[in-house]
Design a protein around this ligand. Structure first.
Ligand SMILES: *[C@@H]1O[C@H](CO)[C@@H](O)[C@H](O)[C@H]1NC(C)=O
Ligand SMILES: *[C@@H]1O[C@H](CO)[C@@H](O)[C@H](O)[C@H]1NC(C)=O
Ligand SMILES: *[C@@H]1O[C@H](CO)[C@@H](O)[C@H](O)[C@H]1NC(C)=O
Ligand SMILES: *[C@@H]1O[C@H](CO)[C@@H](O)[C@H](O)[C@H]1NC(C)=O
Ligand SMILES: *[C@@H]1O[C@H](CO)[C@@H](O)[C@H](O)[C@H]1NC(C)=O
Ligand SMILES: *[C@@H]1O[C@H](CO)[C@@H](O)[C@H](O)[C@H]1NC(C)=O
Ligand SMILES: *[C@@H]1O[C@H](CO)[C@@H](O)[C@H](O)[C@H]1NC(C)=O
Ligand SMILES: *[C@@H]1O[C@H](CO)[C@@H](O)[C@H](O)[C@H]1NC(C)=O
Ligand SMILES: *[C@@H]1O[C@H](CO)[C@@H](O)[C@H](O)[C@H]1NC(C)=O
Ligand SMILES: *[C@@H]1O[C@H](CO)[C@@H](O)[C@H](O)[C@H]1NC(C)=O
Length: 337
């Protein structure tokens, strides 16, 4: 609040100064603005003007005065402010954030008053993320990530989820001057990587990424036989049953036939040259040892006697017939050309 008051005052003062300076008047130009803490900054007059005597103030407080070759530096600036008596330029060494403000030079002969605002900031360094824990349960855990720096002033924080900016919602809260990100009831899609981008008028820097391990599922199970949803097959067919489940970490999959668990684990169950006896319910059982959730999916497979022993031959004939039809279409097309 105090800072804002000073800022407003500075703007009013600058307006006043500019108000009574005639057009084409002398301006104050900082050698660096914004300036980095520790730098030396020179506030020069432009165009260069020889001043026999004068004074520099910051925020209305005297820094130094001079007459001819005589300089008097006030205690607040002892050892770190000098004026070039030829040009009236003020040099500040090792500036600090507190040196930010409105600098005004005044002289009687020639009658002159000019000013400029100087801003001093600390460079941002070592942007670090803290997240604890990073191993989370979907729909149950909340993620909290805090972003901090080893140094930096006037900081703005921005959060990135992969490469897109994170925006607040009822589920996503950004607090503590935007330096803390909270995700309530995480979902499997919240694994990140999350990064924090810190910006000030002088610099910007990005943190290393943080990833979350979200434990979820198994759910959204699917079961196909030979890549299809059909469940009727002929005796002697080879069947490949494929089971899938969404799960983090990956679910353990086990197969069951007519409710009896089989020795087969993993996503594939292969049945070679099936017989009618192998008709029945096939289940895939999925379990996740982190979420302690078990789910299953069942399909009923019918194995029937092949109606015609010559079915293979018929398929070949159908294939030949369509090939002949295609040749016919092609030749009629080429006839038109
Ligand atoms: C960066 O910040 C972390 C956490 O505040 C600290 O542990 C580490 O020493 C810092 N590293 C440097 C190079 O300043
Ligand atoms: C988080 O989950 C809890 C329990 O399931 C629920 O009561 C709460 O409303 C959820 N919060 C949000 C923001 O979805
Ligand atoms: C936090 O971020 C929002 C959105 O980018 C911005 O409008 C707001 O000014 C920021 N707050 C602070 C304290 O930096
Ligand atoms: C992160 O990005 C993913 C993918 O775009 C999105 O589904 C998820 O909701 C995002 N999470 C947060 C906290 O922004
Ligand atoms: C960060 O700083 C680089 C120069 O170091 C600049 O090119 C870039 O635009 C800045 N990014 C932001 C978001 O300010
Ligand atoms: C975070 O996840 C990304 C991809 O999602 C990966 O490239 C990166 O190596 C992971 N980082 C860590 C620290 O695990
Ligand atoms: C099988 O059926 C399910 C839903 O009934 C559907 O989502 C899936 O795409 C089908 N798969 C094939 C290969 O037809
Ligand atoms: C079934 O698989 C076996 C061995 O992989 C193979 O020899 C046989 O020809 C296959 N049968 C059919 C009908 O595809
Ligand atoms: C299941 O596997 C175990 C060991 O791998 C074996 O001893 C057992 O005989 C198998 N059972 C069947 C029904 O194949
Ligand atoms: C399969 O899931 C149902 C609920 O969806 C459950 O009643 C049944 O016991 C499960 N079967 C096995 C073998 O785990």
């Amino acid at each position: 609040m105090e800072k804002r008051g000073e800022g407003t005052l500075a703007i009013i003062m600058l307006a006043l100064i500019q108000g009574f300076l005639s057009t084409g008047a002398v301006e104050v130009r900082p050698s660096m603005n914004p300036a980095v803490v520790g730098a030396s900054v020179t506030l020069s007059l432009s165009p260069s003007t020889a001043l026999h005597s004068g004074s520099w103030t910051v925020g209305g407080s005297l820094i130094l005065t001079w007459t001819g070759a005589q300089q008097a530096v006030f205690p607040s600036h002892t050892g770190r402010a000098t004026v070039d008596i030829q040009t009236g330029a003020l040099t500040l060494t090792s500036v600090t954030v507190a040196d930010s403000g409105l600098y005004v030079v005044q002289s009687v002969k020639p009658q002159l008053q000019a000013g400029a605002s100087l801003s001093v900031y600390v460079l941002i360094s070592n942007v670090t993320l803290k997240a604890n824990p990073t191993d989370l349960m979907e729909f149950k855990s909340s993620a909290v990530v805090t972003c901090s720096v080893s140094s930096g002033s006037s900081l703005s924080f921005l959060w990135l989820n992969s490469s897109s900016e994170v925006t607040g919602s009822d589920r996503v809260q950004i607090t503590d001057g935007n330096s803390t990100l909270t995700i309530v009831n995480v979902t499997r899609y919240d694994q990140g990587p999350f990064r924090c981008l810190v910006i000030n008028p002088l610099s910007n820097s990005t943190s290393a990424p943080v990833n979350f391990t979200i434990n979820y599922g198994p759910d959204n199970m699917a079961l196909t036989v030979n890549g299809q949803n059909t469940t009727s097959f002929f005796v002697g067919s080879n069947l490949t049953l494929l089971c899938s489940a969404q799960s983090g970490p990956e679910a353990r999959l086990q197969w069951a036939f007519r409710g009896e668990t089989l020795n087969t684990t993993g996503p594939l169950l292969e049945l070679l040259s099936v017989s009618e006896k192998q008709s029945g319910s096939y289940s895939c059982l999925a379990s996740n040892h982190r979420t302690n959730v078990n789910r299953n999916i069942t399909t009923n497979i019918m194995v029937a006697k092949s109606p015609l022993s010559g079915s293979e031959q018929r398929r070949v004939h159908v294939g030949l017939l369509s090939l002949l039809l295609l040749v016919g279409v092609l030749s009629s097309l080429s006839g038109k050309l």
